[in-house]
Design a protein around this ligand. Structure first.
Ligand code: HEC
Ligand code: HEC
Length: 269
């Protein structure tokens, strides 16, 4: 009965398609990666988005003069900012321009990128007209595609937590650090160049960085560390360890230094 066989085959094929569709609906993130270099828009825009991704994963290669900290943006924006509670950059483009408490002015997404260069990377921002700055903006905009401008942020995307009211227990934090963190970040907090970012010392983020706030680091550590077993620390453990990490010396933010953005000829625009 060739006809029935054909119909059964068609039925199985249809079932397979429906099941794939159902799975795609349940888990859109795994079905369509947020960033895949194979599916970028073609031409110069796609190339710019890819460059933005590559800079964020390895700024030392692309903007060596602008970074001092020995880590990538991806050290805190895990997997290029594609992970929930891992420093996600998804939807960020849709929330700018925005009011900035620190600088007391309305800032653009370039200003926000500049902030992480100045504090988290302890460096200086690339010129706002540079191909590198444009590439990072293009990448963040690409990650934010389909998020309407002005859309309210889902608070469960952020890693910041409410910390316990008592101060952290630094002795307990130090003991836990030796057990659960020093394997990668080293006993002296200096990390391993190119593999594990430094948590304190001259090559780490400076004292103005978001990560230098106890509530930020506690949340980051609770949701993302230790890298080989994320989610295994209690809030109190993450808090004690972060308190201990932040009790060490790190670079000071140089408030008064001048940031030079080069002049451009009119024809650039
Ligand atoms: C030491 C950790 C660290 C490094 C390194 C770092 N950042 Fe960040 N970044 C943060 C933290 C913390 C925040 C604030 C997150 C929050 O508010 O929930 C942030 C926020 C941002 C935001 C705004 C996100 C939002 O939700 O509004 C952008 C854009 C950004 N970073 C870009 C970069 C870029 C580009 C680099 C590399 C040049 C970089 N960051 C390096 C820690 C870091
Ligand atoms: C198996 C190796 C490994 C272990 C163990 C580990 N980390 Fe990390 N950590 C990493 C890597 C790699 C990154 C960069 C982000 C990424 O790739 O996920 C990172 C990033 C970080 C960052 C942000 C970047 C920076 O340098 O400030 C902090 C903070 C951090 N880890 C804290 C900890 C703490 C605290 C522990 C112990 C509870 C810990 N880590 C255990 C590998 C590790």
């Amino acid at each position: 009965m060739p006809r029935l066989r054909f119909n059964l085959a068609a039925l199985f094929a249809l079932a397979a398609v429906l099941m794939t569709a159902a799975c795609a609906h349940q888990a859109p993130e795994s079905a369509t990666p947020l960033y895949d270099p194979q599916t970028l828009p073609s031409g110069p825009l796609g190339a710019s988005i890819k460059l933005g991704h590559d800079i964020i994963m390895n700024p030392q290669k692309y903007v060596p003069n602008d970074v001092v900290a020995d880590m990538s943006c991806g050290a805190c924006h895990i997997a290029g900012g594609t992970i929930k509670r891992g420093g996600t950059l998804v939807g960020v483009y849709a929330r700018f321009p925005q009011w900035n408490k620190r600088s007391k002015r309305v800032i653009t997404v370039q200003d926000r990128i500049a902030e992480c260069f100045l504090y988290s990377m302890n460096g200086k921002p690339p010129a706002y007209t540079s191909k590198e700055m444009n590439a990072m903006v293009a990448y963040i905009a690409y990650l934010s595609r389909k998020v309407p401008v002005g859309a309210k942020e889902d608070p469960t995307q952020r890693f910041i937590v409410k910390t316990p009211s008592a101060p952290p227990d630094l002795a307990r934090g130090g003991a836990l650090y030796a057990q659960k963190c020093s394997l990668c970040h080293q006993a002296n907090g200096g990390g391993v160049h190119g593999a594990f970012p430094p948590l304190w010392g001259p090559k780490s983020f400076n004292n103005g960085a978001g990560m230098s706030h106890l509530a930020m680091m506690t949340g980051f550590v609770k949701y993302n560390m230790p890298k080989n077993a994320p989610g295994t620390l209690s809030l109190q453990e993450a808090y004690d360890i972060s308190g201990w990490v932040l009790s060490h010396a790190r670079p000071k933010f140089q408030k008064g230094r001048m940031i030079v953005q080069p002049a451009m000829p009119a024809k650039f625009f």
